[in-house]
Design a protein around this ligand. Sequence first.
Ligand code: DLL
Length: 453
Amino acid sequence: MKPRTSTRRRTAKKATARRYRYAPEVETLPREKIRALQLRRLRASLRNAYDNVPFHRQRMTAAGFEPGDLKSLGDLEGLHFTLKADMIACYPFELFARPRTELIRLHASSGTTGKPTVAGYTRKDIDTWSDLMARSMACAGIRPGDVVHNAYGYGLFTGGLGVHYGGERLGATVVPMSGGGTERQVLLLNDFGARVLTCTPSYALAIAEVAEKQGVDLRKSKLEIGLFGAEPWSESMRREIQVRMGLRAMDLYGLSEILGPGVACECEEAQAGLHGWEDHFVFETIDPQTGKTLDYGETGEMVVTTLTKEALPMIRYRTRDITRLSTERCECGRTHLRILRITGRNDDMLIIRGVNVYPSQIEAALVGLPNVAPHYQLVVERQGTLDHMTIEIEVAPEVPHTAALHAEVATAVRHHIKSAVGVSAEVLVKAPGEIPRSAGKAVRVRDLRPKLI
Ligand code: DLL
């Protein structure tokens, strides 16, 4: 039996409310139209890079290529990669395609050693970024009128200001908290009635922990959505945060060399992979050893080309991020491909007795184990000719701290890691609070191996 008209109308209204989109036409563009748009925009973007950035012009000329030669998206494969090392060699402004006076903002990546990579934005770039962040936030379930508690760091890091401008563009009420001062974060999260928390997943856990210590039950607060990213995190971590905070933890991706946050975002309907906004970027995966382009579905290093950036057009930027791309239909109706969960960065891969392992694999196996808190660090040392790993963990605060229990937990974790990840590691159990907490990107690895010069 058909539902009565009023019920039907109500159901339709509910579906439309659920399917709220920031840019509905473009988010659901048929794939052949996306590709046609990409080709048009790629021509203009290559032209911008060729005409205005000597680095790109020299590389294209060396490959016997001129932007007018581009016939299909496949031709991109013949073009040069841009590496982080190229950005550093061109420090600070040599990759910019616009004079400095046309830039209204600079950001820079932290960079653990030496010089940072610098990103510049024209007014139009900031406008595009705000739109893409607003689109990403809506995709994750955030709505105009929501209170967004933004605990990403404000400053040279793109997280704080990126989410801030996107939230304002969407019509949300943004609380510019930045990272740190965790007790105060808990207080204002509650008092301002935030529906949304934005920060790194590791900082979300630190906030949850402080709230629990203060006797504040965030599961009873108005929080419903967490928009987390800027560092690799696992499905186990997602479950842990969701249970502890009583919200849906959504994944947000981006990098400063390409834009900042808002390059890709998960949708609330599927929560299964990040929709990469293909009207502004071309995504590829390559074999990191050979540089050969891989098919969709194959695991490799993601490479991104910008289509609309004015100040910093980027050609085939090697992100170092390891993932798979999927063009399978998504139940949300969006047609843009999905970047599956990023397992880690090329540079973070450890080789322990011949076994390749990413910190996020250890995290996936560790988080959620009985009596173990979701905080960890991996310490890597050289013992003779072999690399040796110690996993530092904490026991959960509510369990009794006896030497016997610590020994029991260490043995259980060692066995579990060996069977789940395939590596032998020592396990060092620490007391609650002993593993450093971070207000931004967590430091997961302490590498004590001698540096090769
Ligand atoms: O982390 C931009 C950002 C801010 C993204 C806030 C999401 C939220 P960078 O500091 O340049 O930019 O670092 C970029 O962080 O290449 C990845 O290795 C990692 N990363 C970012 N998002 C994710 C994610 C910002 N969702 C680098 N999952 C990237 C895994 C991520 N890794």
